[in-house]
Design a binder for this molecule. Structure first.
Ligand code: NCD
Length: 367
């Protein structure tokens, strides 16, 4: 069964096809108005969200389908202790497709391994958020006319900002991308993104702490909120929360055709005075997100109809040999899950948790 857990689950051609479908649905909404008639989307949101959940719901309603679900863990059986695997099995009996958001990294992957319907990762902890990436890609494409040969600056919380991790992974597929990482020391991009994406795909990147320094070179500026809910130490959040605030005067040195993106919600990292600047694209990005989610739902439902085979990728895996040490990983709270690691650099003994990508070095071969 085809799901979208990580942006790399889709080829570049598939991403292009999604953009084409999204474009067509903008031009010809009537053609899509009944496309999902009789189908149900389940939105399982174990973490607060307004825009992503409503974007999924609006997408399904625009396709003539219907929606069931919950919007906080307290109103689901998770509060009674139900596992993600069981929830996925149960919801498979009620709906045709699942969109899941969860605070634990890897939870939507667990759901996809247990559901008999497609699962869409709508954000897992600080790990990944591939459908926001679909919105970002369509926005970049519509604003710049291309997805290659661009200098893209990411600014703010690059450590916990899952949208950043997924967009960098998507951009690794395109030629001539220069990445500029602008963050405080404490909120730098996690090593797994640096090693598994930037270095692995030979992407050109540099790190900065100063937004003004980076500004003149940028074609895209991707601003992010400091992710208060992921900080173990709230005093550290207070210290870092105002690290970057984009104001009109900071944009005087920017390119005239810069595109400013932000996944939203905005706290105060972009002054509302910037909204009137034609380079501000974050509200268009919201709209693009709905059209990309429509295209995604259509694609996954069509593929589910064609095949009911269970996805199996247990090739080069270490099962129950190593325990993941990431306290935010889904395996830290669902004790009966297999501990699964995949080799990423077998020659150097390096493997990563299949759920959250935390690294482990194996000195003595355990398989
Ligand atoms: C993002 C998320 O949930 O990661 N928002 C979203 O999807 N609309 C960004 C954020 O919460 O800062």
């Amino acid at each position: 069964m085809r799901s979208l857990i990580d942006i790399h689950d889709f080829s570049v051609k598939e991403l292009d096809d999604l953009s084409a479908t999204a474009g067509d649905s903008i031009e010809n909404p009537d053609k899509y108005a009944e496309a999902c008639h009789g189908k149900k989307l389940a939105t399982l949101f174990f973490e607060p969200s307004t825009r992503t959940r409503l974007s999924f719901e609006a997408a399904m309603l625009e396709l003539g389908g219907s929606v069931i679900g919950f919007s906080d863990a307290g109103s689901s059986s998770a509060s009674k202790g139900e596992s993600v695997a069981d929830t996925a099995k149960v919801i498979s009996c009620y709906a045709d497709i699942i969109a899941m958001r969860h605070p634990k990294e890897g939870a939507p992957y667990v759901a996809s391994q247990n559901a008999t319907i497609p699962v869409i990762n709508a954000g897992d902890g600080g790990h990944a958020h591939p459908t926001q990436t679909l919105a970002d890609l369509l926005t970049i494409h519509r604003e710049k006319g291309r997805l290659d040969h661009l200098t893209v600056g990411f600014c703010g919380d690059l450590k916990y900002g899952r949208t950043v991790h997924s967009l960098i992974a998507a951009l690794s597929r395109y030629a001539g991308i220069e990445i500029v990482l602008i963050s405080p020391e404490e909120l730098k991009l996690p090593n797994y993104v640096k090693f598994e994406v930037l270095k692995k795909y030979n992407m050109s990147y540099r790190e900065e702490t100063d937004l003004e320094n980076a500004m003149p070179s940028l074609d895209i500026l991707y601003m992010t909120r400091i992710q208060r809910e992921r900080f173990a130490d709230q005093a550290e959040y207070e210290r870092l929360k105002d690290s970057y605030i984009l104001t009109p005067d900071k944009l005087t040195v920017a390119k005239p055709d810069l595109a400013i993106l932000h996944p939203l919600p905005r706290v105060n990292e972009i002054s509302v005075k910037v909204d009137a600047d034609p380079r501000a694209c974050y509200f268009k990005q919201v709209e693009n997100g709905k059209y990309m989610r429509m295209a995604l739902i259509l694609k996954l439902l069509a593929e589910a109809e064609k095949s009911s085979e269970k996805q199996s990728s247990k090739g080069d895996l270490l099962v129950n040999k190593i325990v993941c040490k990431n306290p935010r990983c889904i395996t830290s709270c669902e004790q009966e899950l297999d501990q699964v690691f995949k080799w990423t650099e077998k020659e150097n003994g390096i493997c990563r948790c299949l759920y959250c990508e935390t690294k482990e070095i194996v000195t003595e071969r355990k398989n």
